[in-house]
Design a protein around this ligand. Structure first.
Ligand code: GTP
Ligand code: MG
Length: 192
């Protein structure tokens, strides 16, 4: 089992040390389940703070995995109730991280399995296409779907993103966790 520990909360790109280790970031709308995914991978209930209220994570949160690479929990986007100035700060922080962090080797994009990509995801999905790096699309809260609907989603988005690049996921029941680990391992190996 992997050892995942909290490392640091970063509020400014300039202040993030150069660790010289690969980083994989986790992106998605507020409340889509990013922090819950980290807790699931860490096998810990409260390592990353989760909340029913969107907008919980407001910094780049670094988690150290097996003293080998970092998972970076990004602030969620698309939450209307965050103050304007705070929103501008968070999107600047996220944008500059995505556009300039050379340690970034892969991106895990979360989408709510009940809705698929929604309008708030457009900017991020466009950015990903331009970027052209390694991406895993994770469809969260899949415990809320029937097996039939999950199979349908797999077919639809398997065609769009490639079957190796998508997974159904549920933090509540651990569904899809192995797929995420194998994608991470593949991504880090390719980069070696
Ligand atoms: P921000 O930090 O605000 O961007 O949100 P987040 O993306 O980190 O979401 P978070 O992990 O805090 O989860 C949001 C809500 O969704 C919480 O109430 C979780 O309990 C719930 N949730 C997360 N994952 C799952 C899941 O797999 N199944 C179900 N049913 N609920 C989930
Ligand atoms: Mg969060």
């Amino acid at each position: 089992m992997s050892d995942v520990t909290f490392y640091s909360s970063e509020h400014s790109l300039r202040d993030i040390p150069v660790f010289g280790l690969p980083e994989i970031c986790i992106a998605g709308r507020s409340n889509v389940g990013k922090s819950s995914l980290i807790n699931c991978l860490a096998n810990r209930r409260n390592l990353a703070k989760t909340s029913q209220t969107p907008g919980k994570t407001r910094s780049l949160n670094y988690y150290f995995v097996d003293k080998n690479f970092f998972l970076v929990d990004l602030p969620g986007y698309g939450y209307a109730k965050v103050r304007k100035s705070e929103k501008a700060h968070l999107s600047k922080l996220t944008n500059s991280y995505l556009n300039s962090r050379t340690e970034l080797k892969g991106l895990i994009q979360l989408l709510d399995s009940r809705h698929g990509p929604v309008s708030g995801d457009t900017i991020m999905l466009d950015w990903i296409r331009e970027w052209g790096g390694n991406v895993l699309y994770v469809f969260t809260k899949a415990d809320k779907l029937s097996a039939n609907d999950r199979a349908k989603l797999n077919r639809t988005y398997g065609k769009e993103f490639g079957l190796d690049n998508i997974t159904m996921f549920s933090a509540n029941i651990g569904m899809g966790e192995n797929n995420i680990w194998s994608w991470i391992n593949r991504t880090l190996k390719v980069e070696d």
